[in-house]
Write a protein that binds this ligand. Structure first.
Ligand code: NCD
Length: 311
């Protein structure tokens, strides 16, 4: 496999690397389910999580992944970092890198943050934990592990992704992964929440959710990214949005008996997803959360030069 120095985005990974990380993640699921959740894989390795945007799942799962593999993990959030005292992103990153961590995991609102910093931090592996509306590679690896568990392989399947496509790094990374792994993405959104020239990703585009449902193997819901929304008129009201683009039990039935439901979280119940669906047996949302830890174990292990054998 082509060696991995950083994890910037799905765009930089080839199929073999994606499958390697997903399969390695698969082998870590068991550790997280044991009563003694510890393996020596990252002993002596230091991981710093630097989060400038809010996070529950991603930050916690990187922290658990590092700790369960015996790494030393430090968490820094924007509100407690010296950036609030006027320090630049580059100075903060260089300061942390001077303390010789092996991996710096970064979430920032700026697209391309990790690529930008990489030139200045030659000895630190960088992981993109979400950069603005650009990419979120570990979420997609997490989803692919969930799909591996559900289907074996996503090849030939149809994933219908619904919601704020325009501002979603999750949607963008999935569109890139779909091409590499041979699954179809159907994107569904009002025109105001679709990026221009979305067809260039090779996806199917719908404005009508009900028209997109038949033949979907999974429906993947997205939150409206209010923090990135500049247009207050993107849709008339939450109630109307839910009526047109919310997944309820009736719509899920229209998709067919085997269709599964996914969401990267955080969910807004009653907006993009009805509670009856979120809590149903068709929902794989909590499996996605569980697999997030295993996949991040795989990413940290690989970037620290390990193979996971020790675990
Ligand atoms: C996503 C993110 O931050 O991009 N959440 C996550 O990492 N699980 C999606 C979102 O915020 O809506």
């Amino acid at each position: 496999m082509r060696p991995l120095k950083h994890l910037f985005g799905i765009a930089d990974l080839d199929r073999e690397q994606i499958e390697y990380l997903v399969n390695l993640g698969h082998s870590f699921i068991d550790i997280n389910r044991r009563s003694l959740k510890k393996a020596p894989t990252l002993r002596g390795k230091t991981i710093i999580n630097l989060f400038f945007e809010n996070s529950t799942r991603t930050r916690t799962s990187f922290e658990l992944a590092g700790k369960r593999l015996s790494g030393d993990v430090i968490n820094i959030s924007a509100s407690t970092s010296a950036t609030t005292k006027g320090e630049s992103l580059l100075d903060t990153a260089q300061t942390l890198a001077a303390m010789q961590p092996h991996v710096l995991v970064i979430r920032h609102s700026l697209a391309g943050t990790c690529e930008l910093l990489a030139d200045y931090l030659p000895h630190t592996a960088l992981v993109n934990a979400g950069d603005g509306a650009h990419e979120h590679p570990t979420q997609i690896l997490t989803d692919l592990l969930t799909l591996k568990q559900a289907w074996g392989s996503p090849e030939g399947k149809v994933i219908t992704i619904v919601g704020d496509i325009a501002h979603s790094r999750v949607a963008r990374s999935h569109l890139l992964a779909a091409k590499k792994l041979g699954y179809t993405m159907r994107v569904v959104a009002p025109k105001t929440l679709l990026p221009s020239k979305i067809e260039r990703y090779g996806c199917e585009v719908y404005n009508d959710f009900d028209a997109a449902l038949p033949g979907s193997d999974a429906v993947y819901l997205l939150r409206i990214q209010t923090e990135r929304l500049t247009d207050s008129c993107a849709f008339p009201s939450i109630r109307e949005y839910h009526e047109a683009y919310g997944l309820n039990a009736k719509r899920l039935r229209a998709a067919g008996p085997d269709c599964i439901v996914m969401h990267p979280g955080p969910m807004n119940r009653g907006v993009e997803i009805a509670t009856e669906v979120a809590d149903s047996a068709k929902s794989h949302i909590l499996s996605q959360v569980e697999h997030g830890v295993a996949v991040r174990m795989a990413v940290l292990t690989t970037l620290c030069g390990g193979t996971g054998e020790e675990a």
